[in-house]
Design a protein around this ligand. Structure first.
Ligand SMILES: [Zn+2]
Length: 264
């Protein structure tokens, strides 16, 4: 939990990652960012040939994906993407998994490398339940966009290796920079490893523990802004998050939303 104490960075979210621009064209922007091919490949990633100059190293057999920050859902206009960040955590991840299971919802888990390394059984549980993995770097440095390319590369690729090892070979399909600290370099690097840069549209600010009702209200009020919703399963007591998910998932369903994954 070392690096999850200070959370002030959440206040300086980059507009690019937070896809709530309140412009009329927002929806078409998401659409334009959608992967035109949209094909998923096997998580084992053994079939695709390395392509492009960045794909030469070791086992980088993942096909390149778009380096644009994704917000859209593969379920289309009425799809939502539940994203769960900063874990896995031995207390909260199992509870989040239970709520998702109870509601038949698949989500995307953006994992911190050290957390994945410490709790491989949780990474495997996430994968076994049909959720997807996302690389959230080794040490959650929200200032990484101001550091060297070598440092950014280490943060992203070491976490990719840690998560893939913990999962038993299932690779992260997305890359979400901590605090939205993307750079053109880091987006391209992630994309060359088959990890689509992943933003968000609705920040529930659950990490601030504003109360279950407030978290629920944020989702209700802001889901029209876009489909990718941000929650956390680590970094402190997440009981409000678990309770909010228990309310919000059935509500979204009632509103006619279906649950998908971010586009790649
Ligand atoms: Zn995070």
């Amino acid at each position: 939990m070392v690096r999850h104490g200070g959370r002030g960075w959440h206040g300086r979210v980059l507009a690019a990652a937070l896809g709530v621009t309140a412009v009329a064209a927002a929806t078409s922007v998401w659409t334009a960012q959608a992967d035109p091919v949209g094909k998923q490949h096997a998580d084992t990633g053994v079939s695709a040939r390395p392509s492009g100059p960045a794909a030469g190293a070791e086992d980088s057999a993942q096909a390149r994906v778009s380096a644009a920050i994704a917000h859209a859902s593969d379920r289309g206009a009425r799809g939502v993407n539940i994203t769960i960040d900063d874990g896995p955590d031995p207390v909260w991840t199992p509870r989040v998994l239970q709520v998702l299971r109870d509601n038949g919802v698949k989500a995307t888990f953006c994992m911190v490398g050290t957390q994945a390394e410490a709790h491989p059984e949780l990474v495997r549980a996430v994968v076994a339940a049909g959720h997807r993995l996302c690389d959230h770097t080794v040490s959650h440095d929200t200032g990484m966009d101001h550091k060297s390319q070598a440092y950014q590369s280490q943060q992203i690729l070491d976490a990719e290796r840690m998560i893939t090892k913990a999962s038993g070979g299932v690779r992260p399909m997305y890359y979400r920079a901590p605090g939205g600290a993307f750079t053109p370099y880091s987006r391209d690097l992630a994309a060359s490893h088959g990890m689509r840069p992943l933003g968000w549209n609705v920040d529930t600010e659950d990490f601030k523990r504003p109360g279950t009702a407030a978290i629920v209200a944020t989702v209700r009020n802001e889901v029209a802004n876009g489909p990718t919703i941000l929650f956390h399963d680590a970094g402190g007591d997440r009981s409000q998050t678990v309770a909010a998910l228990r309310e919000v998932l059935p509500w979204l369903k009632q509103q006619g939303y279906s649950f998908g994954f971010p586009v790649r």
